[in-house]
Design a protein around this ligand. Structure first.
Ligand SMILES: Nc1ccn([C@@H]2O[C@H](COP(=O)(O)OP(=O)(O)OP(=O)(O)O)[C@@H](O)[C@H]2O)c(=O)n1
Ligand SMILES: C[C@](O)(CO)[C@H](O)COP(=O)(O)O
Length: 229
């Protein structure tokens, strides 16, 4: 079985507000993207890794990636939106790939067992997403920041990555989305449009997406916690 990971890391990091895109910021002494690559290096089931990065960082990332990972198949230029970047990475894969694991470059605390669980589920069900159940009260809030109403949280889960698919299914999902000009915030939404099942794997609260500046301090603590464990 050939398993490939596509890691989108071509975002601007607007919400982080730094000049350097957040995937290259230092967390516990190394770039965030390096932590992510090391997690995939530790995951024995993944055979190869494709990265999508900003055009201006292609050479720098290729050097970094090849120094920490033995699995780099290609480093490609990302696109305008996250979906474009993942799609560019997908097109760098061989057609005999069985399973594709999509994982945000800025989720550095993914544990190999969650990657493996998503792969095992995708083999059976075609598509699997790592997610966690919502544990707060959820309300709909308007632009003026007044509550419009409560949302029943029963059955609500927060989607993370990895999002893992059989190659042929993801290919069909991209073709379908491209034909309709559809953009989603995750790959799972492209599968939903096809009406295919999506299995949910329970993940971890520690698998945060580094999005805003406060996530950097939180990330340092999570890294300490994982090192202790
Ligand atoms: N055009 C894009 C946009 C995002 N990403 C990647 O998708 C992941 C999750 O996206 P997000 O957290 O939204 O990152 P940014 O788009 O960089 O953040 P922002 O929306 O704050 O600009 C990140 O690894 C990011 O680099 C990408 O590869 N290409
Ligand atoms: C794919 C994702 O990580 C699932 O939670 C998320 O949607 C990506 O973040 P973005 O802010 O929508 O780019």
């Amino acid at each position: 079985m050939k398993v490939a990971a596509v890691i989108p890391a071509a975002g601007q990091g607007v919400r982080m507000g730094t000049n350097v895109p957040k995937q290259f910021l230092t967390l516990c002494g190394k770039p965030i993207l390096q932590h992510t690559l090391e997690a995939f290096e530790r995951c024995g089931v993944v055979n190869e890794v494709v990265l999508a990065v900003p055009a201006s960082d292609l050479d720098m990332v290729r050097e970094l990636a090849e120094s920490v990972s033995t699995k780099i198949k290609n480093v490609v230029v990302g696109g305008k939106q996250r979906q474009d970047s993942v799609c560019n990475g997908f097109h760098a894969l061989d057609a005999d790939t069985d399973i594709v694991v999509v994982h945000d470059g800025v989720r550095p605390f993914i544990q190999p067992e969650h990657i493996e669980a998503s792969i095992a589920a995708a083999r059976v069900d075609g598509a699997a997403i790592v997610a966690i159940p919502v544990s707060d009260t959820i309300k709909k809030v308007n632009k003026e920041q007044f509550v419009e109403g409560i949302v029943d949280r029963n059955g609500l889960w927060r989607m993370q990555t990895p999002q893992t698919f059989r190659y042929a299914l993801l290919k069909e999902a991209y073709e379908n989305a491209a034909a309709d000009g559809y953009y989603g915030t995750d790959e799972g939404s492209l599968i939903e449009r096809l009406g295919r099942p999506l299995k949910i794997i329970t993940g971890s609260e520690l698998n945060i997406k580094i999005t805003r500046s406060e996530d950097l301090a939180l990330g340092e603590k999570i890294a300490e916690l994982l090192l202790e464990g």
